[in-house]
Design a protein around this ligand. Structure first.
Ligand code: FAD
Length: 457
């Protein structure tokens, strides 16, 4: 077995692993990275990027329809084949050569195959053994979870990979799970002509968001034509002659040509040798780490990205990559963002962009919190966007400390409002001080001014 020595060995070249490898190489360390499928991971080929490529055309068409003058000019339907072709371009037709070139340019050595920890500081990939002088980083990501529902596994269910790379628009689809993934893909495929039924077991879709946000998205999806069933659990699934039938907990039944399962993620920790070094996993199999991303087995093992379960988002994996690399390089860095509440966006129309705590979370944690709400489109700047666009914006204030601890913006393209809220929440900027953070006229950022005026500062 050939042995190769590096400063750091990274297992999994998704966004978290790739970014860590890049920082390490820039920090002057020698790095090897093991990847069993495509360099750049789930996000680039089967998740964030293709889902947004499928969503954006429908969102733009809807917005055009809300802007007088443009609505008259843009009267056709989406050209589904062109949307799918652009999606294919964005995911590079599942070809990772440009990413491999990026690794090459940084001097990072790629080993194709399954990486497996084989004792302290040792990783095997096929016939090769990689020896890490300083650290091993596990960044193997996650895969779609499949719930143990009677008949589901035999019904040829789609996961996010099928749903983001499909070459043909299905006539109809049941989507199980109304979280961000299920809601976004419901809108995307509905916009391309699929008849979508979205089944959610909780009383609301987007159950981790403020209730008003979930309600506003549900109302919009229904208006777009998505059939949403909340408080509905799937009890059995059957596929017969090309039709999938799902029995629901209320005794009803729904049918579709395909079934997409979007009920959460499971970590890719099977058979990666964690037990050989005594690394701990939690009840759901995610690797337990401290705030420096160290996975317990001495000072040399780290776990970043989805696989540690702290916040299953690309930007959070990249943040954790920075924390881990700073630690490996002997500098001070501790992750705080997940505890405060990571920023996240659901790219439906309207979008939901939020950071920090919801009002209910804050109150449950015993914080003396209040919420202030305004209409997201109640600014002069919003006049130039769609007429009568839906959406509420909320800030959650810790009254004892006088700081914002949470914010949610629902509306057209609110994703880019979020960073200002993230700065305010992470920086614990006093609300009175924020009143001096002036927003340009007439920009939609004036929603901040409206929020602070409504709060009374
Ligand atoms: C449909 C969908 C849409 C999403 N949209 C967004 C979004 O808009 N914004 C956002 O922030 N997040 C989004 N996410 C979440 C995002 O995709 C993940 O948080 C992100 O991909 C996690 O990155 P990662 O590097 O931890 O893992 P992954 O991207 O899962 O990459 C892990 C890599 O490790 C490799 N690997 C696994 N095991 C081994 C092994 N033993 N040896 C070698 N290689 C291995 C895998 O092949 C993979 O390439 C979305 C998820 C889904 C499903």
């Amino acid at each position: 077995m050939p042995e190769h020595e590096f400063d750091v060995v990274v297992i999994g070249a998704g966004p978290a692993g790739e970014v860590a490898a890049g920082y390490l190489s820039e920090g002057g360390l020698s790095v090897a990275i093991a990847e069993r499928h495509l360099v750049a991971g789930e996000c680039s080929y089967y998740a964030c990027m293709p889902s947004k490529a499928l969503l954006r055309p429908g969102e733009l068409l809807a917005e055009a329809g809300r802007v007088p003058g443009v609505a008259e000019a843009v009267t056709g339907e989406l050209e589904a084949d062109a949307v799918l072709a652009r999606r294919d371009e964005i995911i590079h037709d599942l070809d990772d050569s440009s990413q491999v070139e990026w690794l090459d340019n940084l001097g990072i050595k790629l080993f194709r195959g399954d990486g497996r920890i084989d004792g302290e500081r040792r990783v095997t990939v096929g016939d090769d053994t990689l020896v890490a002088k300083r650290a091993v980083i596990v960044s193997t990501g996650s895969a779609a979870a499949m719930p143990p529902i009677d008949g589901l596994a035999d019904a040829e269910p789609w996961n996010n990979r099928n749903a983001t790379t499909a070459k043909v628009v299905p006539e109809s689809m049941i989507i199980l799970g109304g979280g961000p993934v299920g809601s976004e893909l419901a809108q995307a495929w509905n916009s391309l002509g699929t008849k979508v039924i979205l089944v959610e077991g909780a009383p609301q879709i987007l159950s981790r968001e403020e209730r008003f946000a979930a309600d506003e998205v549900a109302e919009s999806l229904r208006e777009q034509g998505v059939d949403i069933r909340v408080d509905s659990k799937a009890t059995a699934v059957r596929r017969e002659e090309g039709t999938v039938s799902m029995t629901l907990s209320d005794g009803g039944e729904v049918q579709g040509g395909e079934i997409l399962v979007a009920v959460g993620r499971k970590p890719n920790t099977e058979d990666i040798g964690l037990e050989s070094v005594g690394a701990q996993t939690n009840d759901h199999g995610f690797i337990e780490v401290d705030d420096r991303m160290r996975a317990g087995a001495g000072e040399w093992l780290y776990a970043i990205g989805d696989v540690n379960g702290r916040a299953l988002l690309t930007h959070m994996g990249k943040y954790q990559a920075w924390v881990a690399v700073e630690t490996i390089l002997g500098r001070e860095a501790e992750a705080v963002a997940e505890e405060i509440g990571s920023p996240h966006v659901t790219f439906t129309d309207p979008q939901v962009a939020s950071v920090g705590k919801t009002l209910d979370q804050a109150i449950d944690e015993g914080i003396n919190a209040t919420a202030t709400d305004v209409s997201t489109s109640g600014t002069a700047g919003a006049s130039f966007y769609g007429k009568d666009t839906a959406g509420t914006s909320r800030i959650v204030i810790d009254e004892d400390r006088g700081v914002i601890i949470g914010a949610t913006f629902v509306g057209f393209e609110t994703a880019d409002f979020l960073h200002a809220a993230t700065v305010a929440v992470i920086g614990e900027v006093p609300v009175k001080r924020l009143r001096h953070a002036i927003t340009s006229f007439p920009s939609r950022s004036e929603v901040w001014l409206k929020l602070l005026e409504a709060y009374g500062v």
